[in-house]
Design a binder for this molecule. Structure first.
Ligand SMILES: Cc1ncc(C[n+]2csc(CCOP(=O)(O)OP(=O)(O)O)c2C)c(N)n1
Ligand SMILES: [Mg+2]
Length: 283
């Protein structure tokens, strides 16, 4: 199986895992989880890390700065073998290892507590500085609605000033925030020009195109001595036909029939990709 196919299948199973979590809990931050899930799957499928030894000192680090998207991270961690799939059924329940925002004290594999937007990037700058001189790289994902937080811009400036080139920040540009479009709530475009002016090297990709994600991940740092940013254009709630691009699915409390439809749609995609593997094996 090619790396691209492995990542597509992982992302497809992870989308089903997200729906499974919502079936257990009754609600969750759907839209942002599904816009970044291909990126999360690509990062975990290429970074140097060991699910059996999540505290391996030489591991690459991944911090989900936009912590409300954590169903994507839990879904991929489960698929990668960090914890048993059954744990997904505790999502949002009291005492769960996988609460509504990620908690490093509850779940091995989580590197930082996030959820209050605007803090993950600064944490990553510190991590990357601390790991300087090692092989370890640091990856993070920010939401486009997270960018207005001023603390990000201190961190962008500090990373460039300190030439932190073992840090890569993906910006998940799905065009939506919690309550409307990013354009209406707080327009931060042109994001690529802003980041370049802050001293970052920037690439733009389709955040659902696995080949493009593999290429940028293999290419970091894009320039020695500069932090790398990837502007990933995405669709909020990608993969669920009734929810794609709809701000009302930022937080999903399923209406009648929606869960069954979501389960059916995610399974169709898994089956399609698995048939593709089988066809390749037969050929
Ligand atoms: C400091 C802070 N302010 C407000 C919120 C509430 N909040 C949660 S998600 C969200 C919107 C984030 O939008 P974006 O980063 O674009 O994420 P996505 O579109 O992927 O859901 C907001 C404002 C928060 N979590 N933290
Ligand atoms: Mg957004």
């Amino acid at each position: 199986m090619t790396l691209a196919h492995t990542i597509r299948l992982r992302a497809a199973r992870a989308r089903a895992n997200v729906v499974r979590m919502v079936r257990s809990s009754g609600a969750g931050h759907l839209g942002g989880a599904l816009s970044c899930i291909d990126i999360v799957a690509a990062i975990y499928s290429t970074m140097r890390a060991d699910p059996a030894n999540p505290a391996w000192p030489e591991r690459d680090r991944f911090v989900l700065s936009a912590g409300h998207k954590c169903m994507a991270q839990y879904a991929v961690l489960a698929d990668a073998g960090y914890f048993p799939l059954e744990v997904l059924d505790t999502y949002g329940k009291l005492g769960s290892k996988i609460p509504g925002h990620p908690d490093m004290h509850k779940l091995p594999g989580i590197e930082a507590n996030t959820g209050a937007l605007g803090h993950g990037l600064a944490i990553c700058v510190g991590m990357a500085l601390g790991l300087r001189g090692t092989r370890a790289k640091v990856f993070t994902i920010l939401g486009d609605g997270e960018l207005p937080e001023g603390s990000n811009w201190e961190a962008f400036a500090a990373a460039a000033f300190h030439q932190v080139d073992n840090l890569t920040a993906f910006i998940d540009v799905n065009g939506l925030q919690i309550s409307g479009s990013t354009e209406d709530v707080m327009d931060m475009e042109p994001i690529d020009a802003k980041l370049r002016s802050f001293g970052w090297d920037v690439r733009c990709v389709d955040g659902h195109d696995v080949e493009q994600l593999i290429e940028v991940l293999a290419g970091v740092p894009f320039t020695a001595g500069k932090p790398s940013a990837v502007i990933a254009r995405t669709v909020k709630s990608k993969g669920l036909s009734f929810a794609e691009g709809d701000v009302n699915y930022h937080y999903w409390k399923p209406k009648d029939g929606e869960l069954a439809q979501a389960e059916a749609e995610t399974q169709v995609e898994i089956d399609r990709l698995e048939r593709g593997c089988h066809a390749r094996r037969v050929a």
